[in-house]
Design a binder for this molecule. Structure first.
Ligand code: B12
Length: 247
């Protein structure tokens, strides 16, 4: 369906924020398909379960939103197999996604698909989606850097059966003139070549995965205690954007 109400994009973004999104925006699937991640990933997927993407003709736009992950709430990012959505942050975003999808259908007549987090199970590249939707830009740390929260956000997306006006990209150049504390902060020197090299980053996260810690269920919002993995955030937390420091 083609949008004939010029405020429909604003209505959707406002609803996402009403449901708890810290930021939200819309990108076109055509632009997303053309983003570099798909070309790279199709040649060399990270996970063997990935069998390529089956694009559905009806999906024309992607709604992408961010949930702020401040340093004061590290638990949002902790992984546990017992937590719905695996992290408390993902759990919140999964619920937001379901509510948004139902609301879109009931209130706007737009059919939508809530995307899983993992690419290999049908998820989309969320940083690319967010950059195209104007939530921020991809920084030298290989992360989405937003004007409002810097890098400290997590993302989620929904494919929509409606051709909507993209809300981005935006003009924003936060890495210009920055001496890249993100690169120096990495415990594995994953930016040694000047850009992000996934295998080094993965070494650090694999080590953390092998060294999970038992924590009380109440910390993770579940009944029983569980083993949790605390993913590395050094490059993310070193980014000075929107942190009120000069770096
Ligand atoms: C697999 C994965 C990982 C793997 C591999 C990471 C990798 N980038 O290769 C591992 C476990 C190592 C990892 C680590 C981390 N991850 Co991770 N990861 C993912 C996941 C599931 C898929 C990413 C992927 O496979 N990308 C494909 C590869 C080919 O591309 P890429 O390295 O991302 O780089 C591409 C883009 O930057 C793009 N690009 C560059 N410039 C531009 C400009 C424009 C306009 C566009 C459109 C695109 C674009 O081109 C690049 C390829 O050429 C996403 C969730 C999702 N569904 O998207 C989260 C995600 C990217 N990770 C996230 C985070 C936070 C992290 C960590 C900080 C760990 C943590 N605490 O969770 C580190 C940071 C590493 C880093 N500096 O990149 C967040 C990012 C939030 C943000 N602010 O950007 C995401 C979105 C998950 C989430 N919960 O929201 N991750």
């Amino acid at each position: 369906m083609k949008s004939n109400n010029k405020n429909i994009e604003e209505t959707i973004v406002a609803k996402a924020k009403e449901l708890g999104a810290s930021l939200a925006g819309i990108a076109s699937i055509e632009d997303l398909k053309a983003s570099s991640s798909y070309a790279i990933y199709d040649k060399k997927p990270f996970y063997e379960e990935y069998k390529g993407v089956t694009w559905r003709e009806a999906h024309k736009s992607v709604l992408v939103w961010a949930l702020a992950h401040p340093i004061s709430e590290p638990v949002l990012d902790w992984w546990s197999m017992k937590v719905p959505g695996f992290t408390p942050g993902n759990g919140i975003m999964r619920t937001q996604s379901k509510k948004l999808r139902i609301w879109m259908d009931e209130e706007l007549g737009i059919k939508a698909l809530s995307l899983p987090y993992q690419i290999e199970y049908g998820g989309a590249f969320l940083k690319d989606s967010a950059a195209l939707a104007g939530l921020g830009v991809i920084g030298k740390n290989n992360l989405l850097v937003t004007p409002e929260f810097g890098t400290r956000v997590r993302l989620r997306g929904i494919f929509m059966e409606a051709e909507l006006e993209p809300t981005g990209p935006i003009e924003f150049d936060p890495c210009k003139g920055c001496d890249q504390p993100c690169h120096r902060a990495c415990p594995r020197d994953a930016f040694r070549s000047g850009s992000f090299e996934r295998p080094y980053c993965k070494e650090e996260n694999d080590k953390r995965e092998a060294n999970g810690q038992m924590v009380d269920g109440s910390i993770m919002g579940i009944e029983e205690s569980s083993e949790v993995v605390k993913p590395c955030r050094f490059c993310e937390l070193a980014c000075p954007v929107a942190q009120g420091t000069s770096g």
